[in-house]
Design a protein around this ligand. Structure first.
Ligand SMILES: [Fe+2]
Length: 290
């Protein structure tokens, strides 16, 4: 489940061995772990990370690279400018890493939001659907992906040595097989209506409906949350990791001060599309998904 790649720079070129292993293992459902890939902060950023953690007002502060705007933060002025620049620098570094390790993705890669997650996860309360301490695969209620992949790059930038703790669940097909028997039938006109009402940015495909169902069904099932086989992983400060979070069942149960960059990957850019949730669900459901 974990493929360790000991690279030390966010900028390539990377040697063939690293690129081959990254391409093979990522799409097979592994987490790529870069134990020596720290994201260095300057003095101003360090001070900002310290104060953001103590404030605790926001779960996630996110930068939309399309607008250059940060959301979720109560800070302003020079501090906000520092935060925005730090997030943008991380987003560019993450893109450089992905394009260097997985050059075949470059033409089908969209940089989405960059987020800073300052607040300690353990002990935080949220609704069951939003509780990322429960195992789940990622799916977005308002942003239909229509088969595009969700690839995320994380870095732990905590200043006090706190690891980020994940539980990683069974492979995607095993996960899907557990919940698909209770998948509701498609409701004709529902995706059209949700889009028309502005609930979704585009029409949900059947793929989006099934992925949302898998997300919710897993989080709601406390018995499965307790009994599913998991691998416990600590990501210490100074490391980074990359994973297809629409494929790998994951739960973040402790830690603070992580940076995260989301990418959307076109299915046509994948090296092994048959391993993607789109193809697995099509085979398991015996029906077209998009
Ligand atoms: Fe998630």
């Amino acid at each position: 489940m974990i493929e360790t790649l000991d690279i030390v720079s966010w900028a390539g070129p990377y040697d063939d061995n690293f690129r081959r292993r990254a391409a093979e293992r990522l799409e097979a459902g592994a987490v790529l772990l870069f134990p020596s890939l720290g994201f260095p902060l300057d003095d101003t950023e360090t001070a900002l990370v310290r104060s953001a953690g103590s404030d605790g007002s926001a779960k996630n502060i996110s930068l939309d690279p399309a607008t250059g705007q940060c959301k979720g933060s109560t800070i302003s002025g020079t501090e906000l400018a520092t935060l925005t620049a730090m997030l943008d620098r991380f987003g560019k570094s993450a893109r450089s890493l992905v394009e260097g390790l997985l050059p075949h993705y470059a033409a089908g890669l969209e940089r989405a939001r960059t987020s800073f997650r300052p607040v300690e996860i353990s002990g935080r309360h949220s609704s069951w659907r939003q509780d990322d301490k429960r195992l789940h695969v990622d799916a977005f209620p308002s942003r239909p992906m229509q088969g595009r992949r969700i690839l995320r790059v994380f870095a732990n930038i905590d200043l006090d040595g706190t690891p980020r703790h994940w539980r990683i669940g069974p492979d995607f097909e095993t996960y899907a097989a557990r919940f698909l028997p209770s998948l509701p039938r498609a409701v004709p006109g529902k995706s059209w209506l949700l889009h028309r009402l502005g609930v979704t940015r585009a029409r949900r495909s059947r793929y989006d409906e099934v992925m949302l169902f898998l997300h919710d069904a897993a989080k709601r099932d406390l018995g499965w949350q307790r009994d599913a086989p998991v691998q416990e992983v600590d990501f210490p400060p100074g490391c980074a990791w990359a994973v297809f979070t629409d494929q790998v069942a994951h739960a973040a149960t402790a830690g603070r001060n992580a940076l995260e960059q989301s990418f959307y990957v076109e299915p046509g850019a994948l090296a092994r599309p048959e391993t993607a949730p789109l193809a697995v669900l099509k085979r398991m459901c015996g029906a077209a998904m998009v």
